[in-house]
Structure formats: C-alpha cells, structure tokens
Design a protein around this ligand. Structure first.
Ligand SMILES: Nc1ncnc2c1ncn2[C@@H]1O[C@H](COP(=O)(O)OP(=O)(O)O)[C@@H](O)[C@H]1O
Ligand SMILES: N[C@@H](CCC(=O)OP(=O)(O)O)C(=O)O
Length: 369
C-alpha cells in the first residue's frame, strides 16, 4: 500500500567529516532509493540539511559559522549548490524534485500553515519529491525551527506521514553518546516516549562538528512525530537502502512506535506548530482540571503570567512544579492577564472595565502535551 514517507538527512551524513566536502556516494544512493520508493507509488518528502556545511566548504571555512549574519550568508551559498547536486542526480533518474524553503512563521499563521499543506499535497500528487530545508538566509532568531529534526517532525505531522526517517551518522540511539561512552547500550525499539524518559538516555553535547542539536533534537522530533501518529526511525544515513528494508519490516536502527493522540490537525498545530510567547503557571486545582478533567482554563487558577503576548497568541501552560502540561491560544493579552489572574470570571468586567471571554483558554484551543 502506498505510504507517505518523510526522510531527513543531517549534515553529518551529507558531508565527509574530514573535509566537509559532499559525501557523493551517499547522496547518489539516497537519490536512487528515494526514486525507487516513488516509482513504487510511495509519497516521498526529503528534508535535507547541509546548506551551512556545504556553503562553508565552498568558502573554505574550517568551522561552522557562529555569527547569525555569516551563517545566513553561508547558507545562501550552500543551498544553491546542494540543490544543484540533487537536481543532477534526480534528473538522471527521471525523478522531478522541488525546493521548499520554510521558516517557522510559515507554520505559525494558520492560513500559511494550510497553504504549505496544500503545496505539499499538490507536489506529492504530481509525483514530485519536495526537498525541504529551513530558509536559513531569512529566518530570524525568534522564529526559527533551529534544527531540521524539529522541522522534519512538523512536516511529517503536517502531511500526516506514515514514516519519519532521521538519517544521521550513528546507527541508532544509545543509552549515552557512543563516541564518549563506548559501552553505551543500543536501543532498538521505543514503545512510548514515557518509556524513553524512564530509560534516562544521555544525549551529551550538540552533536557532530557540523550538525545541529545532536540526539536531543532527534528525540524531541520523535516525540512530536509519534504524537501525530508517525512511526519514527533513527538510522545511519550512510546506508540509504536500509530505508526500504525498514519499511518492509526489518528491525534496523531505533524505531519509535507511533502514539497517536486523539487530537485533530488544528490541535497539533497549536501544540507544535506555534511558538509560545508566554507562560501561564497554575495552582494545583486548575492543573488537575485541565490535565484530568478536560476543562477550559479560567483566570482564577492562574498564579503567575510570564512574557508578553496578545490575545489569540500561543502560551505554554505549567503546573505548580514548573512542568509544561499544555499549550493553548489565549483570549486575553498578557497585560490583561496580569490584572485578572487569580480572580473569578465574574470579576473580570469590573477589573478591566469591559466584558471579556469567560475562559482564558477555551478547551477547544487547549492541547495537553
Ligand atoms: N544517546 C546517544 N545515542 C547516539 N548518538 C548520540 C547520543 N547522544 C549524542 N549523540 C551524538 O549525536 C550525533 C548526531 O547528531 P548530529 O551531529 O546533530 O547529526 P545530524 O547532522 O545527522 O543531525 C552523533 O554523532 C552522536 O555522537
Ligand atoms: N538548515 C541547516 C541545517 C540545520 C540542522 O539541523 O543541521 P543537522 O543537525 O545537520 O540536521 C542547514 O541546511 O545547514
């Protein structure tokens, strides 16, 4: 049966570690495998990192640029080169491709989010393999995915993919970074993110020299994707043929079982597509009413408001211990909430001088995470 596959390849797999030059044989094999999957009827999206790494190699830089302006300039050099290589390879295989560059703001605004969805749907219908990257050259710091693991999970959630493959330079997830802890234990199957939390996997630093985020961002990507019902796999980019083997049931890499939450696409957008601009801290009663009772959030249960936000913007909702329990869209701005927090809904009119909504976050706009 045709399936929707999102494959993310990291800089560490696309480039040779010693020189930073392109790992041509890996990329060529990947192009072959993805074209074969396409010809079998699967819908395929490639999320490719590498703009900064390839741009750096082109410009003779020996380490990943740190300043934002330099990174943005280098990405502009690298992205073009990367797409040229992909286009040459895929054209040889008669597989049309498209470049899709996204920034976080494309997913924050609901109308743009739906627009991106429509574009993907159309491209997939046309038999094209979209090649996605963050639009590093224009992305501003506050509105960045920051890493392509997160971006690929959001894309997989957006298109309701069956599979997300995170291709990297290690063969699977280990109990600790195998580079620094040689006897770290391999993990082949993760039944739930709860189980993973209990395993207390150590993720060390920021990953390889050119990569962004290391294992931390892959685990949080798995969390986003599995919650959207997407089976997620961490496996080695050097062996793209493994993708077909995994789809056919072989146990390779680390596989995360999908854990679809009973939330629709709109609630997934609230939970993971939006960038929370503030934080609401709740007393125990309100935290329980939301977590266990599926209730809306009222002003009375809010003990503290942090950040600056307007009405209808996204906030994180925290219990008394500081754990984020939910996200939602607020009916009041941060200024208004500072005045009405801890107060009964019937007092709102008197405090603000006008009639407001009864709830601070209505349960239709609230999603547990
Ligand atoms: N628990 C762990 N299991 C496996 N790899 C880990 C772990 N913790 C950290 N890592 C490191 O994460 C790196 C991959 O992340 P990264 O360099 O960001 O790759 P990519 O460029 O593919 O996104 C590996 O090279 C490995 O050293
Ligand atoms: N958008 C950036 C990639 C950021 C990123 O997540 O890198 P990686 O950890 O190698 O997947 C680029 O193209 O260089």
């Amino acid at each position: 049966m045709p399936q929707t596959l999102v494959i993310k390849i990291g800089t560490s797999s696309l480039t040779q570690p010693e020189t930073g030059l392109l790992a041509l044989s890996t990329i060529a094999t990947l192009a072959e495998v993805l074209s074969q999957l396409r010809s079998k009827g699967h819908r395929v999206i490639l999320v490719s990192s590498g703009a900064v790494g390839v741009g750096s190699a082109r410009l003779g830089l020996t380490e990943r640029p740190k300043s934002i302006a330099l990174k943005q300039a280098v990405a502009a050099v690298g992205q073009g080169r990367l797409m040229r290589v992909y286009d040459d390879l895929f054209t040889t295989l008669q597989q049309p491709i498209a470049q899709v560059l996204l920034t976080r703001s494309d997913l924050v605004q609901r109308s743009r989010y739906l627009n991106v969805y429509n574009t993907f749907r159309e491209l997939l219908e046309l038999g094209v393999i979209p090649i996605v990257n963050e639009n590093d050259t224009v992305a501003v710091e506050e509105l960045k995915f920051g890493d392509n693991d997160t971006l690929s999970a959001l894309v997989a959630s957006l298109v309701e993919a069956d599979w997300l493959f995170l291709l990297t330079d290690v063969d699977k997830l280990y109990s600790a970074d195998p580079r620094s802890v040689p006897d770290a234990k391999p993990i082949s199957l993760v039944n739930s993110i709860k189980e993973l939390t209990a395993m207390q996997v150590q993720t060390g630093g920021q990953g390889s020299q050119w990569g962004t985020g290391g294992m931390v961002t892959k685990i949080s990507a798995a969390r986003i994707a599995t919650a959207a019902g997407v089976r997620t796999v961490i496996t080695q980019g050097q062996y793209p043929h493994n993708i077909s083997k995994i789809i056919n049931g072989e146990s390779i890499g680390t596989q995360f079982e999908p854990q679809p939450e009973p939330t629709g696409a709109r609630k997934r957008w609230i939970a993971y597509g939006l960038v929370p601009l503030g934080k609401l801290y709740l007393d125990n009663g309100a935290a329980t009413a939301i977590s266990d009772g599926g209730k809306s959030l009222l002003a009375a249960g809010i003990t503290e408001v942090k950040g600056e936000f307007d009405t209808q913007e996204a906030v994180g909702i925290f219990d008394g211990d500081g754990n984020e329990i939910a996200r939602g869209l607020v009916n009041y701005s941060s200024n208004e909430l500072q005045k009405i927090r801890g107060r009964h809904s019937r007092e709102i009119r008197e405090i603000l001088g006008y009639e407001g909504a009864e709830t601070v976050v209505h349960r239709d706009n609230l999603v547990l995470i």
